[in-house]
Design a protein around this ligand. Structure first.
Ligand code: NAD
Ligand code: DAU
Length: 337
């Protein structure tokens, strides 16, 4: 089996490559990644001799068709994306190019080369948000698309295009919509790794608004196992929500990290809220559980300890990232907030 993994040098794509190398040692894994600011070859270092790597932009038609011609993949899993909501508010354009046009190019190549399964890694953010005072409400696969940020609008557009390629051209597709992931190799611009890095440096922990927004956290390996099941056993043309009923307010997460690191809560600084900030995400994972037997394995209390320990043990990986270009980004986003 030959499987193309795009965005494999990023957070979830990287974890997926590690997962697949271990789970399916007989598979040929072909990673395509543009190596944007979020891509890091060091994430792939432990498995580099077991995969084939191409540095390429998924929106570059010529290059992508060349790679497909050379490799004739059976399965394509598209993780490659601009993924940070705050950056999409600053500069939406690249989100539309990569997340929508890149998806189109990958599906055109998949059609041309007879790919047997094209899987689109999407997000719960395409459903918009839920109220904070309705804990009985969850996103199901039938929840209408209703986006808030340029990031989520670009991901929703891609999902619609994927469904159109299935209906119009018969491309064998599946889509998964997952909640917030956490775990190793998470880029430090995102909530959990940012708070760990700042706490370790005794820097202020910037909490947006009052810290009451709720996210539904899933350990990254559980996301990988769900995708592995979907690409092998999922029904063509279907959408699967992925989440583990792990809703937490942001302030809870931040305090938990401080507690685990033995740092004072006085480091918490409330800053100006994100524009259009989604209130609450919560996934109903009934479909993937009933149809494919998927269940998450890692409880949040264990996963957060594993994650904090990973950042303590792998300072080399993230300390390089938070110097250089990231310092400029940080100053721009948080300097005057
Ligand atoms: P990430 O930002 O950590 O990694 C994205 C990767 O894609 C990077 O390696 C980057 O270099 C690569 N990339 C970006 N533009 C590219 C292009 N034009 N061509 C080729 N490669 C390109 O993102 P992530 O958090 O790992 O998210 C992966 C996917 O999962 C995304 O599609 C995202 O929308 C989705 N998702 C993420 C989460 C989450 O909590 N992080 C949850 C649900 C869904
Ligand atoms: O739900 C899935 C989505 O989760 C993915 O599709 C996105 O790619 C991924 O980035 C993530 O989006 P969020 O916007 O939820 O993640 P982020 O880590 O940016 O923020 C999580 C919450 O923490 C959110 O409510 C904003 C808040 N926050 C974030 C940062 C970076 C802060 O309070 N302070 C911060 O400095």
């Amino acid at each position: 089996m030959k499987i193309v993994v795009t965005g494999g040098a990023g957070f979830i794509g990287g974890n997926f490559v590690h997962y697949m190398v271990k789970k399916h040692p007989d598979y040929e894994i072909i990673v395509i990644d543009k190596l944007t600011y979020a891509g890091n070859m060091e994430t792939l270092e432990p498995v580099i001799d077991k995969i084939k790597f191409y540095k390429a932009d998924i929106a570059d038609r010529k290059e992508i068709f060349k790679i497909f011609e050379e490799n004739k993949p059976d399965i394509v899993v598209n993780f490659a994306a601009e993924s940070h909501v705050d950056r999409s508010i600053e500069n939406p354009e690249v989100f539309l190019k990569t997340n929508i046009l890149g998806t189109q190019v990958l599906m055109d190549a998949s059609r041309e080369y007879g790919v047997k399964r094209y899987h689109q890694v999407s997000t719960d953010e395409v459903y918009g948000d839920l109220p904070l005072d309705r804990p009985d409400m969850f996103f199901t696969e039938d929840t209408p698309i209703h986006t808030s940020s340029p990031y989520s609008a670009s991901k929703a557009s891609a999902d619609l295009l994927v469904q159109a390629y299935h209906r119009t051209f018969g491309l064998p597709v599946t889509i998964s919509r997952c909640s917030n992931n956490y775990g190793p190799y998470h880029f430090p611009e995102k909530l959990i790794p940012l708070m760990i890095a700042n706490a370790l440096a005794d820097k202020p922990l910037p909490v947006y608004g009052e810290g009451l927004n709720v996210r539904d956290w899933l350990y990254v390996e559980d996301h990988c196992s769900a995708i592995d099941l979907i690409i092998h056993n999922g029904k063509v043309g279907e959408v699967y929500n992925i989440g583990g009923h792990n809703e937490k307010a942001n302030i809870y997460i931040v305090k938990k990290i401080l507690e685990l690191l033995g740092k004072p809560e006085s480091l918490i600084t409330y800053v100006t809220d994100r524009k259009g900030h989604d209130l609450r995400y919560a996934i109903d994972p009934t479909k993937i559980h009933n149809e494919l037997g998927w269940l998450p394995e890692t409880k949040f209390d264990d996963g957060i300890v594993k994650t904090v320990n990973w950042y303590l043990e792998n300072k080399d990986w993230w300390e390089k990232i938070i110097s250089g270009e990231y310092t400029e980004y940080y100053e721009k986003m948080y300097g005057n907030r």
